[in-house]
Design a protein around this ligand. Sequence first.
Ligand SMILES: *[C@@H]1O[C@H](CO)[C@@H](O)[C@H](O)[C@H]1NC(C)=O
Ligand SMILES: *[C@@H]1O[C@H](CO)[C@@H](O)[C@H](O)[C@H]1NC(C)=O
Ligand SMILES: *[C@@H]1O[C@H](CO)[C@@H](O)[C@H](O)[C@H]1NC(C)=O
Ligand SMILES: *[C@@H]1O[C@H](CO)[C@@H](O)[C@H](O)[C@H]1NC(C)=O
Ligand SMILES: *[C@@H]1O[C@H](CO)[C@@H](O)[C@H](O)[C@H]1NC(C)=O
Ligand SMILES: *[C@@H]1O[C@H](CO)[C@@H](O)[C@H](O)[C@H]1NC(C)=O
Ligand SMILES: *[C@@H]1O[C@H](CO)[C@@H](O)[C@H](O)[C@H]1NC(C)=O
Ligand SMILES: *[C@@H]1O[C@H](CO)[C@@H](O)[C@H](O)[C@H]1NC(C)=O
Length: 858
Amino acid sequence: MRPLRRIPGDLALLVGCLSLLLLPLLSRAADMPLGSTLSPGNSASWSSPNNTFSLSFAPSPTSPSLSVAAIAYAGGVPVWSAGGGAAVDSGGSLRLSSSGDLQLVNGSGAVVWSSNTGGQGVSAAAVTESGSLVLKNATATLWQSFDHPTNTVVMSQNFTSGMNLTSGDYAFSIDRGTGNLTLKWTSGTTTVTYFNKGYNTSFTGNKTLSSPTLTMQTNGIVSLTDGTLASPVVVAYSSNYGESGDMLRFVRLDADGNFRAYSAARGSSAPTEQWSAVADQCQVFGYCGNMGVCGYNGTAPVCGCPSLNFQPNDPSDPHGGCKRTVDLQSCPGNSTMLQLDNTQFLTYTPEITTEQFFVGITACRLNCLSGGSCVASTALSDGSGLCFLKVSNFVSAYQSAALPSTSFVKVCSPAQPNPPPGDASAASGSSRGGAGGVRAWVVALVVLGAVSGLVLCEWALWWFFCRHSPKYGPASAQYALLEYASGAPVQFSYRELHRSTKGFKEKLGAGGFGAVYRGVLANRTVVAVKQLEGIEQGEKQFRMEVATISSTHHLNLVRLIGFCSEGRHRLLVYEFMKNGSLDAFLFGDAPGGKMPWPTRFAVAVGTARGITYLHEECRDCIVHCDIKPENILLDEHFNAKVSDFGLAKLVNPKDHRHRTLTSVRGTRGYLAPEWLANLPITAKSDVYSYGMVLLETVSGRRNFDVSEETGRKKFSVWAYEEYEKGNLAGVVDAKLLPAEDLDMAQVERALQVCFWCIQEQPAQRPSMGKVVQMLEGVTDLERPPPPKSSDSFLSTTTASGSGVTTATSMVSSTAPPPAAPTTSPSLDQEIALGRSESARNRDLVSRQLLSPQPYTTM
Ligand SMILES: *[C@@H]1O[C@H](CO)[C@@H](O)[C@H](O)[C@H]1NC(C)=O
Ligand SMILES: *[C@@H]1O[C@H](CO)[C@@H](O)[C@H](O)[C@H]1NC(C)=O
Ligand SMILES: *[C@@H]1O[C@H](CO)[C@@H](O)[C@H](O)[C@H]1NC(C)=O
Ligand SMILES: *[C@@H]1O[C@H](CO)[C@@H](O)[C@H](O)[C@H]1NC(C)=O
Ligand SMILES: *[C@@H]1O[C@H](CO)[C@@H](O)[C@H](O)[C@H]1NC(C)=O
Ligand SMILES: *[C@@H]1O[C@H](CO)[C@@H](O)[C@H](O)[C@H]1NC(C)=O
Ligand SMILES: *[C@@H]1O[C@H](CO)[C@@H](O)[C@H](O)[C@H]1NC(C)=O
Ligand SMILES: *[C@@H]1O[C@H](CO)[C@@H](O)[C@H](O)[C@H]1NC(C)=O
């Protein structure tokens, strides 16, 4: 444009500087001067230099007759809107006033929104190539839309603590101190935090962040940065992360209350979801509105009303909630509780309007019925006995066959439950495998019979034409990956597992519950597939147990990826452990051979931590019942992972009354004495088994081995005698000797813990949490008494006086074996609860029913 090359070199620099100063004037095409105006009527827009983003009016998504001033990516994906999406009529405008204030004005002339930059020296507005609307003077940016996000954060935009994304009643923010991502629902004065998650506990635990910033990186990784962190922390991977190309990536708080990551190709108006914070949409508070029930139809969340006592507020808006057909006020003294199985009224702390206490289902129902302000209640049947009373005026419900809870809603008599799903007039969200399953099956069979020929035909066609299509493989792989990443158990078909294990060819081992095979999923994940045997449980029960197992996550527990339940086939799909099981390393036949002491000790501590989690820390307490080296798996870094937990409940749950040695699934040698004496099985039974495993980890010999060397005594008995004599070296695995990394103090501690664990009296054994502390040296250790007391409790039952724990109070009843089936505590319950909570809850229920005070909080 300018004849620069004619200017002598000396002056070139000067002129260059001058032209830099003049740049805003020269690139006028992108800069809008004071007085510029946009209006819904004309199709004008303010665009970025390369037209990547442009600001213009577009029809409002909620009311198409009104318009919203929004910045959109090439193709039309909106990323920001003036005034948080405020809609104006056709006479409205967006104008940069002469004072430098950017204003959104409605047709009436009312200023709906303003940037509040009047009088600050703003000389122009521009949309940048990264998608920000900036107001600037000749040298500096004075205001930018990136600092005032609406519901979207794009690449190169910084979203810091103190900012909010909003969408309807929902808001997203980052907690300043911890960097936790939080999602909140607010209506009136009530705020419910339904999502609050830290992504790296190693710093959320012990570090206070100064100004955490969320960024969508161009490679699709959502990360958190902070001045106090050396490197960004990964919050989420988009499922297409790493893919490059001309595309926009962004995170957005959607109108449905979920926070998601998306990508959109240039020119496309429909972004593709790549990740979502709340994996289970029904967990979003208020998703179906007040009194709305969220459930799943296949994989799609659907909303419905609790019963025919309700009707939708707005039949055209499924998320609008429901209202009673007859108000509670118009039927005083004649209300009843409508029962909703497998339903939960969402309860998130801190929801102060919720009352919570430990009672049974019946008391939970009655307490709400008699409580004047109570509108609904939820009883958890996960072993906790918790009852939540909803006295708030907003109730958000979730119904799913996998939910271990029963809920009640107060309605005017009579209660009119929804017709079962499958009925065309059903107003409720259908749930998978519900009560209408049988009827649905009959219909399905008839239909199947009629169309099976057609289906076969189509299948054959597909087989011939599509099976080699490159589209099929990756698509299903991506699907599996998405489900896998969401943390929910994936349901596999039997055919799929048959294929991924190549017809159950490569057997990894055979445990007490069935054989295990190696498999490779469509997404190339290597897995271990367990074919369960002897499952007599129904589909529903099985799914509930699977839900419990797969919700149990811990570094030292093998993770359940998915399951298959088809006809008589029951399979579980676990993550694959590269280094196999501990027994191979202890008893000789592992390919790597010897395992050094520090690794052994770490495995012992890891195992104890995993079991502690099962016993004490997870929501549904689980007694493992079969702890042995074969069930302790090792990943590629030799982290110990306990496997097969939660399965004892799955197999022959009714069989425990006739508990004989043959029906006991545990393994001899590791079974606590109470198994053989027909006494209640508690968490302490696992402690015993763990003690035996610990002894074997130290010694490299089976605890029940008998040899000349051990004086024809069981190894565990002999080991205690040698320990008493101070001959530790005789007990330690010869493969470890002599070694400089053998810490004898640690060995002695491990042996002491082991002898405490294998005490014959359950009450004498420490809890698993205590075991971890003892191993780590946090707790001092006393010298253990001989494991087998001279007066064995198999013959005398009056042992242990004071300090009676729950376990012993049941153990030290008179004349235990053989206990009559009717009077002995049901093993089902003992296993389910891991302690005598069921009995306690039964007491509470009867007490609650007799109590004149309905709200007795325990
Ligand atoms: C605009 O596009 C041109 C050609 O593709 C490119 O060289 C230039 O860097 C782009 N400008 C910006 C600001 O991205
Ligand atoms: C603008 O005016 C229209 C009526 O002309 C109204 O429907 C709309 O709600 C107004 N917008 C705002 C943000 O007040
Ligand atoms: C632009 O604004 C900045 C910040 O307010 C100020 O320091 C600077 O002097 C202004 N430049 C001009 C040319 O007005
Ligand atoms: C985002 O933060 C980084 C690091 O603090 C900074 O370099 C960058 O300029 C910021 N981006 C915007 C658009 O403010
Ligand atoms: C942050 O999230 C973790 C779970 O990821 C939670 O345990 C913790 O309480 C949260 N912290 C705060 C301050 O909310
Ligand atoms: C968690 O944060 C710590 C400290 O910043 C870091 O060392 C570690 O690598 C992070 N872990 C992950 C999984 O990002
Ligand atoms: C469930 O999905 C099926 C098929 O997609 C549909 O026909 C049916 O109407 C849906 N049911 C509900 C309650 O939305
Ligand atoms: C309660 O409602 C039922 C069913 O509508 C009705 O039959 C009964 O008479 C009512 N009782 C009272 C006391 O109103």
